[in-house]
Design a protein around this ligand. Structure first.
Ligand code: ASP
Length: 319
């Protein structure tokens, strides 16, 4: 790896959807800042973009104010089932090529930090995406502790579950998943000082989801993507994001647009479904856009340091 004149940068999101409850906002703000600060420490110290996004997402998975890891939303039958994935584009200047690697997990019920398990799938297996018990077997090999499924359920998530059940009329097994009105899926994208790029996304899914439902967050090209041109992480209505292949569109759009314009462009593919995107390009320029009532992010650049932002809603997506 060779040094680049361009500095490291990172952007982290805490989900797009309805506005967070006023009482939750300070804690969510602190959580996002803690996540980006952790990632920034790694990048400033010369660490890899991959390590930075895993660490930042791990901080948010441990924070019950976010819908990932501990505190994830529950399925209609009251269980936590989480999806997470990581993808990186690593430069090899000597060979003049970029190596693309990825790993993901879905329907995880016994690991507190699914993003670490996603990385273990990438590092320790020939596979890209693994589910449930088979994926959790990799945890043992990777030294990632297993927990009881009930240890992942926060009091807060249980209360939300009761509210959701009441709202959808006592949850018949055929009740479809609700819209992504909840804040809280998490993601991060980063560029390190060597020009490597990485994206990570982790979620407990959408409120009112049926057991076994898998969203976009661990699906390459939908909930995340990384290539030589840039990296992206998405949040919002998973079914619409998967149909569109949102993050792949966004990264391709950076060929002709800066990251924020590319994010706005990609959101048009959703035909009105709610979502948000964070992007970083090969030069370390960061950008974001959303079409939901709210989305919170935190950024790190060498010039600005670590900062929390609550961008205004962007209901009319520009061309
Ligand atoms: N995209 C996530 C999912 O569908 C939910 C979210 O981002 O709020 O699982």
């Amino acid at each position: 790896m060779e040094n680049s004149p361009i500095g490291p940068a990172m952007i982290v999101h805490g989900g797009a959807g309805g506005r967070a409850l006023p009482a939750d906002r300070p804690a969510r703000r602190r959580g996002l800042l803690a996540a980006v600060t952790r990632g920034a420490e790694i990048l400033r110290g010369g660490g890899a973009a991959l390590d930075a996004v895993i660490a930042a997402v791990g901080v948010l998975e441990d924070d019950l104010y976010f819908n990932a890891g501990y505190g994830s939303l529950l399925t209609t039958d009251g269980r936590v089932e989480m999806d997470a994935a990581v993808m990186c584009a690593e430069r090899s200047p000597a060979a003049r090529k970029t190596a693309i690697r990825a790993g993901g997990v879905v329907l995880i019920t016994r690991v507190r930090n699914p993003i670490r398990l996603a990385r273990a799938v990438m590092d320790l297996t020939p596979h890209l995406l693994m589910a449930g018990a088979g994926a959790e077997r990799i945890a043992r090999r990777a030294g990632i502790p297993l927990c009881r499924p009930s240890e992942l359920i926060s009091q807060r998530a249980r209360e939300r579950w009761i509210q959701t059940r009441e709202a959808i009329g006592n949850a018949s097994p055929e009740t479809p998943p609700g819209p992504a009105h909840e804040h809280g899926t998490v993601g991060a994208v980063a560029r390190d000082r060597y020009g490597n790029l990485a994206a990570a996304t982790s979620t407990g899914g959408v409120p009112g989801k049926l057991p076994g439902r898998i969203g976009d967050s661990a699906i390459i090209g939908a909930g995340l993507f990384a290539a030589a041109r840039g990296a992206a992480s998405a949040t919002g209505s998973g079914e619409a994001i998967m149909r569109a292949g949102l993050c792949r569109i966004a990264v391709a759009a950076m060929a002709r647009r800066d990251p924020s314009r590319a994010a706005e462009f990609a959101l048009q593919a959703l035909e009105g479904a709610e979502a948000g995107l964070i992007l970083i390009d090969a030069k370390g320029r960061i950008g974001f856009a959303h079409n939901a009532p709210a989305m919170e992010i935190a950024i790190f650049t060498p010039a600005a340091g670590a900062r929390h932002l609550a961008p205004p809603s962007m209901l009319a997506v520009a061309d």
